[in-house]
Design a binder for this molecule. Structure first.
Ligand SMILES: Nc1ncnc2c1ncn2[C@@H]1O[C@H](COP(=O)(O)OP(=O)(O)OP(=O)(O)O)[C@@H](O)[C@H]1O
Ligand SMILES: [Mg+2]
Length: 368
C-alpha cells in the first residue's frame, strides 16, 4: 500500500524572513508545528507552549527564567527531541541551544568548567566558562530572542552544580568565576532526568504490549499510565532534590510510552527526513524512495519497542536502508531520478533495495 508523507511546510513565523515574524502567533500555531515534530506527547507540548507565548507577549514574570520544565518519563519517548524541536521551531536549527550534560559534572570541582575558575586560581586563564552571556545570546536568532538551555540528566549533577542551578532557576542569574553574571530571564530551561525510570519501566511492562496499546480505547489506558508515571517520577525527584529545588520548577512534564501508531508515525517522519536529505545532498543525482508495508513493519520491529521507545529507529534505518543505498550508489547502480524500492526479503529477516526506472521526480519530505 502506498503511503504519502507530506513535508512540514514552514509557518510564517518559522520562515527565514524576519519581517514575517510579526502578526498573529497563536498557541495553536506553535502547538501545530511542535505536534508535527514530536509525536504522541500532546500533554507535554500543550504545557510548554503557553510559556513561549507569554514571553513573546512581553508578560513573562521578571527576574525568573521564561520557563523551567522538568522532563520525566521512559527512555526514547521524545524528551530530548522536544527540546530540539523547539530550537528548530524558534531558531531554525535543532542545535540552537545551550546544552549541559550534567553527567560531565559529577565531581564537586568540575563546576569550574561551567563557570570558569575565579581570578588567581590555578587554571583561571585556561578555563573558558561553558555558560556565558555570549553563548546564551548566540543560541538565539534574529526571529526570536528566547534561548533554550538544556540540562540533561540533571540527577547526575554534583551538589555544587545543583546549588548553582538553584540560583539560576530562582533569580535567573548565574555568577561566573570572573564575577560577570549571566542572565537567564530570556531562557526556557529544560531539565531532563531518568529519575524513577526503572520503576516506570517495571510499571509499563505488564501494561503495554504493542497489541494492548493498539486496541481501541487505549487512550484512557495512556492517561492513567501517564498519571501513574508522573507520581513515580515526582516521588523520585522529591527524594533526590531539596524542596527549594523542586519548588522552582514551573512544570513537570511526564512523557507517555509511545503507542504502535505513534511509533509508526515517527518512522514515517524519519523516512521523510531521509528523502529530504537525499534531495538536498545529491541535487541532480537524487532519487525517490518507495517503501513497502512489509519493509516498514521490519523497521518498526527492529527499531522500536514499548520499553525503549524510538531510540533504535534512526540506527536501524541507517544500517538497513541508508548504508545499503550508499553501497549501491558507490557501485553506480542507482541512476539519477530513479525509484529505489525498499522491500522485505522473502525470509522476513532483511530488506532488499531495488533501483527501478521512474518517471516521477523525487519530492522533499515525501516517501511513497
Ligand atoms: N515522540 C517522538 N516524536 C518524534 N520522534 C521521537 C519521539 N520519541 C522519540 N523519537 C525519536 O527517537 C529518538 C530518541 O528520542 P529522545 O532522544 O527524545 O529520547 P528521550 O526521551 O530523551 O530518552 P532518554 O531518556 O533515553 O534520553 C529521537 O531522536 C527521535 O528521532
Ligand atoms: Mg534524552
Amino acid at each position: 500500500m502506498k503511503n504519502n508523507i507530506q513535508s512540514v511546510r514552514p509557518r510564517r513565523w518559522e520562515s527565514s524572513n524576519p519581517e514575517s515574524q510579526s502578526g498573529a502567533e497563536t498557541l495553536q500555531d506553535f502547538y501545530g508545528v511542535l505536534e508535527r515534530k514530536v509525536v504522541g506527547q500532546p500533554n507535554a507540548l500543550r504545557q510548554i507552549v503557553p510559556y513561549i507565548q507569554m514571553h513573546r507577549a512581553g508578560l513573562a514574570p521578571e527576574n525568573r527564567p521564561a520557563g523551567v520544565f522538568l522532563l520525566l518519563g521512559p527512555t526514547g519517548t521524545g524528551k530530548t527531541r522536544t527540546v530540539e524541536a523547539l530550537a528548530e521551531m524558534l531558531h531554525g536549527s535543532e542545535k540552537s541551544m545551550v546544552r549541559v550534560d550534567c553527567g560531565e559534572f559529577q565531581m564537586e570541582h568540575e563546576v569550574a568548567k561551567l563557570i570558569g575558575a575565579p581570578p588567581g586560581y590555578l587554571g583561571h586563564r585556561e578555563t573558558q566558562p561553558m555558560l556565558t552571556q555570549a553563548k546564551l545570546n548566540a543560541a538565539t536568532s534574529e526571529h526570536c530572542n528566547l534561548s533554550i538551555v538544556l540540562f540533561d540528566e540533571v540527577e547526575k549533577a554534583a551538589g555544587s552544580l545543583a546549588r548553582l542551578l538553584l540560583g539560576v532557576l530562582d533569580k535567573a542569574t548565574l555568577r561566573l568565576g570572573d564575577n560577570n553574571t549571566v542572565n537567564f530571564e530570556r531562557s526556557l530551561i529544560f531539565l531532563t532526568s531518568n529519575l524513577g525510570a526503572e520503576a516506570m519501566a517495571r510499571q509499563l511492562k505488564p501494561w503495554f504490549g504493542l497489541e494492548a496499546v493498539a486496541k481501541p480505547g487505549h487512550d484512557d489506558n495512556l492517561d492513567s499510565a501517564e498519571d501513574k508515571l508522573k507520581r513515580i517520577g515526582v516521588a523520585a525527584v522529591r527524594r533526590k532534590f531539596s524542596p527549594e529545588f523542586v519548588n522552582r520548577i514551573d512544570v513537570v512534564l511526564t512523557y507517555r510510552p509511545l503507542t504502535a501508531a505513534a511509533l509508526s508515525a515517527i518512522l514515517d517522519l524519519q523516512l521523510a527526513d531521509l528523502q529530504s536529505h537525499i534531495i538536498r545532498r545529491l541535487g541532480g543525482r537524487a532519487f525517490r524512495l518507495a517503501i513497502s508495508k512489509g519493509a516498514k513493519q521490519f523497521l518498526l520491529r527492529n527499531g522500536t519497542s514499548v520499553e525503549y521507545g524510538a531510540r533504535e529507529l534512526k540506527r536501524t534505518i541507517l544500517r538497513t536502508v541508508t548504508q545499503p543505498i550508499s553501497a549501491l550508489l558507490a557501485a553506480g547502480r542507482i541512476e539519477p531520478g530513479c525509484r529505489v524500492a525498499i522491500e522485505l526479503e522473502k525470509d522476513g529477516q532483511s530488506l532488499r533495495i531495488v533501483p527501478k526506472l521512474d518517471p516521477v521526480p523525487p519530492k522533499e519530505g515525501t516517501v511513497s
